[in-house]
Design a protein around this ligand. Structure first.
Ligand code: ATP
Ligand code: MG
Length: 460
């Protein structure tokens, strides 16, 4: 029988197989003898807090993509009750618009067609030129008003304490601002303050620097809570502390909007299949240890902790991806009801998984992880709803994922080629050779993966 992660027996009886997305197949057997068996689905009828973890390059971002595209493939009447917001830190999700022709063999084995999705990609207003130059196909821009930042946001993003003179000056400036102010108004106010002579210059420099982040402007935030919408927020060219700030503002808005809507919905409507006025959001956060780390507070820490703890009522689901689960805030990890763990080797990371789900003390998580075959996208799943542990292989993606860590070089090559209007001439000789080399390595790896997958299936 198929597995539905995140759905307990009672919901299985009520909903059957409605409101689920296919994410992979069960893996049976150890190491090289492992083979694929029944389908594994993920419940999207209830809000969940999930963590996807694993070593570098094991398939975390890919798995996030599987969830995002799964939400798009739901029947319309369910899809339109949900919406998806991907926080893209590596600039790899805009390629969801393109069908995954590269993995056509693997997709065929799973009886899946290559399909592109209607992803709305948004980039910060002040960075549009950089994205255009890099050849990124974005759909719009977003920006914030300085007044949308709270005093804590400013202090946190500048790394200041409220009690130090610079922090005090900043708070005084903010206190004197009236509605609809710009950074320039803050600078003039800082200059006009009495005292703080040595701090004024520093604060002015910080504020001018903030104006250069490219996140303040007039385009504001596009509507994200739209039925069935998949929004990709590309944070890849923004420094980390500013990324956290952007996520904090976006998250606060989503939370407020859903909470207001939730109040209007009748109790019965809280059930997924009831009428939801504002769609129920799934927020997918890549590299989440940078947004809610265990050892420090970032501008987004408080908001994410709030969503994780109180998000069930307004019906907000969050999926965090991280290389190091132990670096994720323990409160966040402990609220997860589903963990998808790709291969992990650091002992502390494996232990952090054990410590959050006491039930799994009965299982030897490290043993399960060691039994995973050396294939991309294999994982163990800890499901607190059924209190079970599964070994799975994630499915291949319908759409074309970006090749991270390589993007700007990659596009540089094509941009130059296009600029010169000729196929060959614009190729940067060294980068091009490197790109071709990477491509052929990837191709060989894919061939090997699909070969071993076929062998597994034959062996079944
Ligand atoms: N389920 C899968 N099926 C086939 N290939 C996969 C699967 N998962 C991952 N891969 C392959 O592994 C590569 C690396 O995956 P991905 O970028 O998701 O890793 P990651 O864990 O997010 O790495 P990082 O920690 O560097 O962000 C992908 O480009 C893809 O080719
Ligand atoms: Mg990744």
């Amino acid at each position: 029988m198929e597995t539905i992660i995140g759905r307990d027996q009672k919901d299985r009886e009520i909903y059957g197989k409605r409101g689920v997305i296919l994410i992979g197949k069960n893996l049976v057997g150890d190491g090289e003898d492992a083979h694929l068996t029944t389908d594994v689905f993920l419940d999207v009828a209830r809000p969940h807090v999930m963590t996807v973890c694993g070593k570098r390059g094991e398939g975390k971002s890919y798995s996030i993509g599987i969830i995002a595209e799964g939400l798009q493939t739901l029947p319309d009447e369910i899809r339109n009750k949900l919406c998806t917001i991907v926080i893209d830190t590596q600039g790899i999700f805009w390629t969801m618009k393109t069908p995954n022709e590269k993995d056509i063999m693997a997709l065929r084995e799973w009886n899946q067609p290559p399909v592109g999705f209607r992803a709305a990609v948004y980039v910060p207003e002040g960075q549009t030129k950089a994205f255009t130059d890099a050849g990124v196909d974005y759909d719009g821009s977003f920006s914030f008003a300085p007044s949308e930042l709270t005093g804590e946001d400013w202090l946190s993003v500048f790394g200041l304490e409220a009690t130090e003179p610079l922090g005090t000056l900043l708070q005084m400036v903010l206190g004197r601002m009236s509605r609809g102010y710009a950074i320039a108004d803050m600078v003039s106010q800082a200059r006009a303050e009495e005292g703080f002579e040595s701090e004024k210059k520093t604060l002015e420099g910080m504020l001018r620097n903030a104006a250069g982040w490219g996140i303040f402007g007039s385009s504001r935030m596009p509507p994200l809570l739209v039925p069935g919408k998949l929004s990709v927020m590309d944070f890849s060219l923004t420094p980390q502390n500013v990324r956290a700030l952007m996520l904090a503002i976006i998250g606060r808005r989503i939370f407020a909007e859903r909470t207001a809507s939730r109040r209007k919905e009748e109790l019965a409507e809280m059930e997924f299949f009831g009428e939801a006025r504002v769609p129920i959001p799934w927020i997918l956060v890549d590299e989440a240890h940078n947004f809610v780390p265990s050892d420090e507070a970032t501008p987004s820490s408080e908001m994410l902790n709030k969503i994780v703890k109180e998000g069930r009522q307004p019906g907000i689901s969050v999926v965090f991806a991280t290389q190091r689960p132990m670096k994720l805030h323990p409160d966040v990890l402990s609220q997860c009801d589903i963990i998808i763990s790709h291969r992990l080797t650091a002992e502390e990371d494996v232990d952090s998984l054990k410590s959050i789900m006491q039930t799994y003390m009965l299982f030897d998580i490290a043993k399960y992880l060691n039994e995973l075959p050396k294939l991309k996208g294999v994982a163990i799943v800890l499901d607190d709803n059924s209190e079970r542990i599964y070994k799975i292989r994630m499915k291949p993606r319908h759409d074309c994922r970006g090749e991270h860590g390589f993007r700007l070089d990659y596009f540089d090559v094509f941009r130059r080629r296009a600029d010169r209007g000729q196929q060959e001439r614009g190729r940067h000789p060294v980068r091009w050779r490197f790109y071709k080399h990477r491509q052929s390595v990837r191709f060989r790896r894919q061939q090997r993966d699909s070969r071993s997958c076929r062998q597994e299936q034959r062996g079944r």
